[in-house]
Design a protein around this ligand. Structure first.
Ligand SMILES: N[C@@H](CCC(=O)N[C@@H](CS)C(=O)NCC(=O)O)C(=O)O
Length: 205
């Protein structure tokens, strides 16, 4: 299987962390793929993902899977099921909802990145950027208040949250998300010690 990824992408990192946590490293060949809004990428759109986004997983039988959450579900199945996604039951809904929060924060962070790095200066909309940051801050507060629930075997919420926090450190090292959030900081230190985190540190290509 081929994983279309970029080393700075938090969504692609989610899949790369999941691959390592699930012990599937030998089955995946990473393939560097450059994508960005307003970048024409007709081949990729026609043959891989019409949305022109990474990550995408090319299966050996020719099928293509996207997005990161779908790929994580597929990999979880491949690893026997019930590994990073709980089996059906109340826990599953809690994990999926918390994952949706971490995923939404990641989407907000990538929107801020595009708005401040890609969009020409004269067309930027500071209120929009502030609003996205506000969503990220609210999510961080929620995880700080509920950090006790972040224990136990690694699941897809941990993977997404760890990648989001890593992306904040990578793009905005002075943003200070740790300030007043000691429980989330401790949790992040635990996640940072995992091999899956160390082997997938974000960097520009
Ligand atoms: N919901 C998607 C989001 C993926 C995504 O937005 N990836 C970014 C890179 S971090 C991308 O491909 N951006 C290119 C673009 O928006 O044109 C997922 O979970 O995989």
């Amino acid at each position: 299987m081929k994983l279309m990824y970029a080393p700075q992408s938090p969504f692609a990192r989610k899949v790369r962390v999941a691959v390592i946590e699930l012990g599937l490293g030998d089955e995946i060949e990473p393939v560097l793929q450059a994508v960005a809004p307003v970048k024409e990428n007709a081949d990729y759109a026609a043959n891989v993902n019409p949305l022109r986004k990474i990550p995408a997983l090319l299966l050996d039988d020719g099928r293509v899977l996207y997005d990161s959450t779908v790929i994580c579900e597929y990999l979880d199945d491949l690893a026997g099921g019930g590994q990073i996604l709980p089996a059906p039951g109340p826990d599953r809904w809690d994990v999926l909802t918390q994952h949706a929060l971490a995923q939404g924060m990641m989407e907000a962070a990538v929107l801020v990145r595009y708005e401040t790095w890609l969009r020409p200066g004269e067309r930027r909309w500071p209120d929009y950027v502030d609003d996205q940051w506000d969503r990220i801050e609210s999510g961080l507060d929620w995880f700080e208040a509920n950090a006790k629930g972040l224990v136990g075997p690694v699941n897809i919420t941990h993977v997404a949250l760890g990648c989001l926090l890593g992306y904040l450190d990578f793009r905005w090292p002075d943003a200070g998300w740790r300030d007043g959030r000691s429980r989330l900081t401790n949790w992040s230190n635990w996640f940072a010690r995992r091999d899956s985190c160390k082997q997938t540190e974000p960097h520009d290509p």
